[in-house]
Design a protein around this ligand. Structure first.
Ligand code: ADP
Ligand code: MG
Length: 361
């Protein structure tokens, strides 16, 4: 096994549709994954993530659509001929085989000569930091070790595409955090085109070059982690990634107003019939005397929660909407905070004044 996989392949999916009875598991999905990219499918349970991954792997045949790896059409190609490594949520290891037996399985399937098999097994085990574990039984391993074996098995034949379906969801939080960083390093080292599935937005933000947010079998937005967080294009994405509240705003020609007061924004304003202002709790601040060029809002403090590293304040806006803001706690912060029922002035920088299409999607 060479250190870096040669010739990672781009994936081009076009108009993929898959229905189960009345359920649109995939509803006209088109997706481009760049060569060598780490792309994550992120969405709630039942949104179609696994179905899309299974279409890429070849275990599910879509009703319609086309799929290319590089410039080769794949829809009719059997899974084992697609040159795709796959890691499943439940590991899917053979419990009666040793670690080496499991990892070597794809090589035996491909009729690789025996001496080469043992070499490549050991190399793959070293890659996932399980060097010397070959003779262990699967049931002698911890959850994290089992997941590493599954990973070693998926990369041992040097696939040009790696697919992973919620591979860390069975692990406890500490191990999951560490494995996220490790998987990321492994990807940087091996460089194969990777499609990763998770329902955990923080995991997606941590690991991905780009994220496709999936809901009801459709891709709601495809962007970098920062792009999704800072400039969501619809309410679903704004809601699903991070915390947010929304205020209905009005458009008068070029001017956007909230409660009659014009808003300053340095962000693009969508060309939509109804607009909302998205507020992230950590971007809204309590105004001070020195803030001048920012948007200011009058509100009433309605709730205050001490959370150790930060405080969370709820504030009721003039139109009755409750928004939240979060601030860091340092020496003296808590004593200086407003009390419940106090009038407060909130400040928002033009760069944090994100307007999005107000339709519910
Ligand atoms: P996710 O992985 O995002 O949780 P899935 O892709 O597993 O979502 O499922 C998407 C939708 O398709 C769900 O409504 C699910 O119930 C349905 N579905 C998936 N696979 C099947 C199947 N084999 N038979 C019937 N319905 C299915
Ligand atoms: Mg799934």
């Amino acid at each position: 096994m060479t250190d870096s996989i040669q010739g990672a392949l781009p994936i081009t999916a076009r108009n993929i549709t898959k229905t189960y009875g009345k359920v649109h598991a995939l509803d006209d999905v088109s997706l481009d994954v760049k060569s060598g990219e780490f792309l994550t499918l992120l969405g709630p349970s039942g949104s179609g993530k696994t179905t899309l991954l299974m279409v890429l792997a070849g275990f599910t045949r879509p009703d319609q659509g086309s799929l290319k790896f590089g410039d080769q059409e794949m829809i009719r190609t059997a899974p084992h001929l697609r040159d795709v490594g796959m890691v499943f949520q439940n590991y899917a290891l053979f419990p009666h085989m040793t670690v080496a037996g499991n990892v070597g399985y794809p090589l035996r399937l491909r009729n690789v000569p025996m001496p080469e098999i043992s070499q490549r097994i050991e190399k793959a085990l070293e890659t996932v930091q399980l060097g010397g574990y070959g003779t262990r039984k699967i049931d002698q391993l911890s959850g994290g070790q089992k997941q590493r074996v599954a990973l070693a098995r998926s990369i041992v034949f040097e696939p040009r595409i790696l697919l992973m379906d919620e591979p860390l969801s069975a692990l406890d939080k500490k191990l999951r955090d560490r494995m996220q960083i490790e998987l990321r390093h492994l990807h940087e080292k091996l460089g194969m085109t990777t499609v990763y599935v998770t329902h955990d937005q923080r995991e997606a933000l941590t690991m991905s070059d780009r994220i496709a947010v999936v809901n009801h079998g459709r891709i709601m937005q495809l962007a970098t982690p920062q792009g999704l967080y800072e400039q969501p294009t619809n309410r679903f994405v704004a809601d699903f990634i991070g915390d947010s509240t929304f205020l209905s705003v009005e458009r008068h020609g070029d001017q956007i107003t909230y409660n009659g007061v014009p808003l300053k924004t340095s962000r693009p304003v969508p060309d939509a019939a109804s607009l909302v202002l998205m507020l992230r709790p950590e971007r809204v601040r309590l105004a001070t005397k020195t803030t001048k060029t920012v948007n200011e809002f009058q509100a009433t403090a309605s709730e205050l929660v001490y959370q150790g590293d930060s405080y969370l304040m709820y504030a009721t806006m003039p139109d009755g909407t409750e928004i939240s803001l979060r601030g860091a706690i340092r020496q003296g912060t808590v004593a200086a905070l407003p009390k419940i029922g106090d009038h407060v002035t909130l400040a928002l920088e033009p760069g944090d004044t994100v307007l999005i299409d107000g339709r519910d999607v």
